[in-house]
Design a protein around this ligand. Structure first.
Ligand code: TAP
Length: 480
């Protein structure tokens, strides 16, 4: 090591990595609550800047000037993405980030193999763990790359329907076998043993990436659009695994730690999402939910719907003592959180007990509703989780459901097989009156009708969430 950091003892690099790893962990801790999540993001980003900066300068991978220029370009792209991408498009953006992370891990592991075995064909290092880690990084990274691209495309609505074909499982098993066979050759013949791995075998690594890339596509195309957020969380976990194994190839401790943190947190998230939807991961991966788009719902609801207006709902609220607001994906689409927060604040000032009933999978990403409501300054104490709010509906005068559908669909509790069967839901109908605000009678994410719309104590407030909630807030203000 020479250059900018030349002359510094090796311990400096280790301490910098330790600080970076500590920042990652502190950042993750802060991200467990919406109030501190932004700070958590900044802390983790500072850790990553330190890890990347010190690595690049220490090993003289780039000159300080090029590093600075690269940081500027990266920061400009990041700022553009953060400001131009809609909140509702975040899952697919996260999907793309996962994919790039996986792809980068696979390429870096390959570059290291070339470095070790490439020049002149003589290996600098003879070890099973290096080739083994490279094979895992290559397969997992490439699967994550192409799988994430397909998942992001599906979430964006390019091809929502699951793509199924005869002999699907056999084709997937065949490609997986090819991956395992090539990986076994790479792992089984490192330098230093009889018939050692030489430069001739480096192209096999790129063949491995091609096979794994095909596998990534094959694994994700049969899964229905409705299950994509879970798949994205799983791919997020895989991108962490790919990074960690690349860390072993490079013998880089901070990459191992960062990758392991991503891998573990992604897996926890996947488990939470599956549990909240009452699905097993296997059921998601074999395309259990599939494409269940409902047809014309006009016949189902014909003659059984009672609609209402903001004026009427404001009158109901005048005499209410406890009101629960249940937000869903439509609140995010309509960006209605500020109008909702304004209404809740006025109700609170009038002495009404107000709570927000938050379902764990309301919206399209974990914590979606909490983040939006926090952005509108709704007090955290008012956000009640499913288990806490469900027993209170019987003592609630009015429930206002805005932009939610599946998370309040009683079909989940019936014996009738449905994509949401067994999913824990918010039992809003136990309240005296339920007001459901959405634009039409169309279905939610799971693609099934919602009998709640026809219940005797349900009133439909048709309209865009922001316009309806703002009109309701204005009407309520006028009644006071
Ligand atoms: P959904 O069941 O998807 O229903 C949202 C409703 O919002 C739609 O029926 C739509 O009806 C309405 N809507 C859309 N835009 C609107 C607007 N501008 N104003 C008013 N209403 C609007 O949402 P949910 O109840 O939040 O449930 C979430 C679903 O996503 C669940 O099935 C869940 O399993 C799934 N999911 C969530 C996650 C996470 S982590 N959150 C992950 C995977 C899957 P109209 O078109 O009639 O307005």
């Amino acid at each position: 090591m020479a250059g900018l950091l030349g002359g510094l003892p090796d311990a400096v690099l280790s301490v910098a990595y330790l600080v970076a790893a500590t920042l990652f962990i502190l950042g993750l801790r802060e991200m467990t609550h919406p109030r501190t999540a932004m700070r958590g993001n900044l802390i983790s980003a500072a850790g990553m800047l330190l890890a990347v900066g010190i690595t690049v300068l220490w090993f003289e991978i780039l000159s300080p000037l090029v590093l600075f220029a690269a940081l500027l370009v990266g920061a400009a792209i990041g700022t553009w993405l953060a400001t131009s991408v809609e909140t509702t498009q975040m899952p697919q953006l996260v999907g793309l980030f996962n994919g790039f992370g996986g792809g980068a891990s696979a390429l870096v592991a390959g570059a290291e193999l070339i470095d070790l075995f490439g020049a002149g064909g003589a290996a600098k290092v003879a070890a099973y763990d290096v080739t083994g880690a490279a094979a895992v990084a290559g397969v997992v990274g490439a699967v994550t790359f192409t799988g994430s691209l397909v998942a992001a495309g599906k979430l964006h609505g390019y091809v929502e329907a699951p793509i199924r074909y005869p002999g699907e499982q056999t084709v997937k098993a065949g490609v997986l076998l090819v991956c395992v066979a090539v990986a076994a050759v790479l792992v089984g013949r490192p330098a230093g043993v009889a018939g050692a791995l030489t430069a001739d075998w480096v192209p096999a690594y790129w063949g491995l990436l091609v096979a794994a890339s095909v596998l990534g596509v094959l694994l994700v195309v049969p899964i229905g659009g409705a299950d994509m957020p879970v798949v994205i969380a799983l791919l997020n976990s895989l991108s962490g695994l790919a990074a960690a194994t690349t860390g072993f190839v490079l013998d880089n401790s901070v990459l191992i730690i960062a990758g392991t943190l991503v891998g573990a947190s992604g897996m926890i998230l996947t488990t939470i999402m599956c549990r909240a939807m009452n699905r097993s991961l296997r059921n998601v991966l074999v395309g259990g939910l599939g494409d269940t788009r409902a047809g014309d719902v006009a016949d189902i609801y014909e003659g059984n719907i009672m609609s209402t207006s903001p004026e009427e709902v404001a009158m109901l609220l005048e005499t209410a003592r406890r009101v629960v607001i249940v937000p869903g994906y439509g609140m995010a689409v309509g960006q209605a959180q500020h109008a909702v927060a304004e209404l809740a604040a006025m109700l609170g000032e009038a002495g009404v007990e107000v709570a927000f009933g938050i379902h764990p999978v309301a919206g399209r990403m974990p914590g979606h509703m909490n983040v939006l409501l926090a952005e509108a300054d709704v007090p955290y104490e008012q956000m009640e989780e499913l288990e806490a709010v469900n027993p209170t509906f019987a003592d609630t005068d009015v429930v206002i459901v805005t932009g939610a559908n599946d998370v309040v669909n009683p079909t989940a509790l019936s014996d009738e097989p449905s994509p949401i069967q067994g999913m824990p839901i918010l039992r809003v109908w136990e309240a005296d009156v339920v007001v459901i605000n959405k634009r039409s009678l169309s279905h939610g994410y799971a693609g099934i009708p919602n009998p709640l719309f026809t219940y005797d104590n349900t009133y439909m407030l048709f309209g865009d969430a922001r316009e309806s909630m703002q009109a309701l807030a204005n009407e309520y203000k006028a009644t006071r």
